[in-house]
Structures are given as structure tokens and as C-alpha cells.
Write a protein that binds this ligand. Structure first.
Ligand code: G3H
Length: 252
């Protein structure tokens, strides 16, 4: 039985007071660790404060990206050791917005995935196709290539510990959710790719989230699918109530 993971990706939203309030409002209400893990992916400046506030609770704090190098002349970047040092435990890698606007590639995502494991950070690796690629029937190939590239060179245990987020780009922030069948079809393919390239056991263990306009109204249906193990949520994770409803759905 794979434990569900509900991760709220705030993206570039909230001021510090709002971020702290969110953690205060949610941290003691997410305590079903048998069935679900709850994660908030916050902007860099808030991470130390939020880690401190969430300490001793079941709410984990994630970064939304990081560099793969330890340190050096990379103005504006944040390293994996910096995140680990302040108590961050998860990191989102290769989000389509980073791939599209900040030149992340399959190669850098792979380096970052290795760097995450070197620092005991759980990577949430994002993959997904554009609308154009879906319409050209390239979805499975695109996603397969992204998954293989991201996981290249990892050990079987590391692959088992990786979280993959399938996010069709056309469904992000658009209100257009992939149907649960569409989402599951791709997640099933991702699991098969992992099983075929790494091992059957890794395919069974790896957790695959769906992301793209997930909200309390559609989360049950999505999470009831055979190969969907959670959700990476943008807009609907910004309000504490809505985030808690998503976590509750994951705990069912
Ligand atoms: O990381 C989250 C995804 O990009 C989904 O965002 P959304 O829930 O606002 O569509």
C-alpha cells in the first residue's frame, strides 16, 4: 500500500504573515501519517520560519526548486545543503514553470535529483506534456523520456523513494483538469516505465502524484484511481481550509 502525498505548491504567492498563519492553521490537523503525507512547498525566504513552526508536527516543508551544486558563483541560487541545513525535507524539481521560464532541462533535473538524495531531501520530480504534444499523441513518449532522464543513475532504493508528479501543462492553473482516466492512464504508464527500466519493485513502490487544477471537488475521483498516489496542488493549496480538505481526501 503506497502512502498518499498531498503537496501544496504555493508558487510565488503569500507574504510571510500569511505563510505563518497557514502553517498555524494546518499543522495540527494533518496528523494521519499512516495514510497520507502533507507537504507545503513555500518560497525560499519563508522556509526557515515555516520549518521552525511546523517542527514536531506532521506537516513537512518543501522548497520549490534548488541548484544541484553545493556552493559557488551561482548568484541568486540556493543549494541542496542550504535546504538540508535548515531542516527542509522535500524539494520540487523540474516543475513545468521552471522548465519553461527558467531553462531547466532533463539533464539539470537529473543532477538535482541526485543532489537531493545526497542531502536526504525527497525529490518531487515533475513531468508532463504540453497541449500541442497531447494533440499530436506524443504524451506517453514525452513523459517516458522525462521520467527516464530524471531517474537516470539513481539506485533502486532512491527510485523507490522518489515522488513523481505527473502534471499535464495544459491543466495547470487553467481549471481544466485531466479526467481521472486520462490522468491515471499516464500514471500507469509512468509506473510501467519505472518497472521496466529499474525493477518491478521500484515500479510498485514509486509514488506518482497528479497535478493540474486539483481541488476539493475533484480530488476524491482522482485519488481513487489505481496509479495516482497523491496530488501536487497549486491554486487550491493556498487556503488552509481547502488544503485540509485535500489532505482529508488523501487520508481516506
Ligand atoms: O504545482 C502545482 C501545479 O502546477 C498545479 O497548479 P494548479 O493546481 O494551480 O493547477
Amino acid at each position: 500500500m503506497r502512502k498518499k502525498v498531498i503537496a501544496g505548491n504555493w508558487k510565488m504567492n503569500k507574504l510571510l504573515g500569511e505563510a505563518v498563519q497557514f502553517v498555524e492553521d494546518t499543522k495540527d490537523k494533518v496528523a494521519n501519517t499512516e495514510k497520507v503525507e502533507s507537504v507545503v512547498c513555500a518560497p525560499f525566504p519563508y522556509l526557515p520560519t515555516l520549518v521552525e513552526k511546523a517542527k514536531g508536527t506532521d506537516l513537512a516543508v518543501a522548497a520549490q526548486t534548488m541548484h544541484f551544486e553545493e556552493n559557488g558563483a551561482f548568484t541568486g541560487e540556493v543549494s541542496p545543503s542550504m535546504l538540508a541545513d535548515i531542516g527542509v525535507t522535500y524539494v520540487v524539481l523540474g516543475h513545468s514553470e521552471r522548465r519553461e521560464m527558467f531553462a531547466e532541462t532533463d539533464e539539470t533535473v537529473n543532477k538535482k535529483t541526485h543532489a537531493a538524495f545526497a542531502h536526504n531531501l525527497t525529490p518531487i520530480v515533475c513531468v508532463g506534456e504540453t497541449l500541442e504534444q497531447r494533440e499530436a499523441n506524443q504524451t506517453m513518449d514525452v513523459v517516458e523520456n522525462q521520467v527516464k532522464a530524471a531517474l537516470s543513475g539513481l539506485s533502486e532504493d532512491q527510485v523507490k523513494a522518489t515522488i513523481i508528479a505527473y502534471e499535464p501543462i495544459w491543466a495547470i492553473g487553467t481549471g481544466k483538469t485531466a479526467s481521472s482516466e486520462q490522468a491515471n492512464e499516464v500514471c500507469t504508464h509512468i509506473r510501467k516505465v519505472v518497472a521496466d527500466t529499474i525493477s518491478t519493485a521500484a515500479g510498485e513502490a514509486v509514488r506518482i502524484q497528479y497535478g493540474g487544477s486539483v481541488k476539493p471537488a475533484n480530488v476524491d475521483e482522482l485519488l481513487s484511481q489505481s496509479d495516482i498516489d497523491g496530488a501536487l496542488v497549486g491554486g487550491a493549496s493556498l487556503e488552509a481550509d481547502s488544503f485540509l480538505q485535500l489532505v482529508e481526501a488523501g487520508a481516506k
